[in-house]
Design a binder for this molecule. Sequence first.
Ligand code: GLV
Length: 329
Amino acid sequence: MQKILVAGPTFPEVIDRLKQYFEVDWNEGNVLTGDELVQRLLDKDGAMTAGDPITAAVLAAAPRLRVVSNMAVGFNNFDIAAFNAVNVLGTNTPDVLNESVADFGWALMMAAARRVTESEHWLRAGKWQKFQYDAFLGTDIQGSTLGIVGMGRIGQALARRARGFNMRVVYHNRTRVAPQIEAELNAEYASKEQLLRCADHVVLVLPYTPESRHTIGAAELAQMKPTATLTNIARGGIVDDTALAEALRTRRIGAAGLDVFEGEPRVHPDLLTVPNVVLTPHIASATEATRRAMANLAADNLIAGLGEGPQAGRPPNPINPGVLGKARS
Ligand code: GLV
């Protein structure tokens, strides 16, 4: 039997599925350090990861490894050039999380705009004495302009929800989406600067790449409306968190909602002290049903990628399909 590592927590039913095909080493506990990960991968043919960095050095240390299946749609933890160099297949879990992540983007955006967590902290601190007409005044969602940066599948799911709130939708993307999708979503293409200048609520949902690092920094924050909100459900590093903390502190923008952070799980200390930011620990896809679907899809990818099961050799979500059928080198 081939051997696999499941590098982090998942559902026991998924482990049971994997055990039908593989000898499974399951790390149910804390995040593995880089050295621990390498140690556990030395004799493995495949692995299921959730954000664990798989670098050229890790691949070199694990000469049997042929497939690494990420339990996430984002795969910036994989060095895909290194995967290609030694014919290791990477897979991810697109689509099954689109709607849950879009829901959460709205939750963060609305919480930031309407000061939900800020006012809750105040209430919990026992500061509420009487109904206050002018307390916690926020900004409206309905009738406002939503700016979506990254119009992939999740961006489109965000845009679809804007109809119910009677919003104007503008978007920016590397490539313009098809005219029929723009028409269906009632979404207008804009340059990044145009979007930042006109949007009341900016939501980031683009993949992390070296090019998208600091898509939003001090210069971009300076282009936003002083009342605007910024929501990041994409990846840490797409926003310059130091610049954002400063823009929030000085009220250069109104508020922010952040599910992802540069260098997470570390959070920039200034973000922890400014009141006008809603902070969540990378949970945008974390509903019971969606996380189960992601784990099962990751298992499908690993099983098929390692040549087992009904889809043997045809994993549903190869990131680098060019290596399929090639021997590990
Ligand atoms: C979570 O962040 C994912 O990429 O699925």
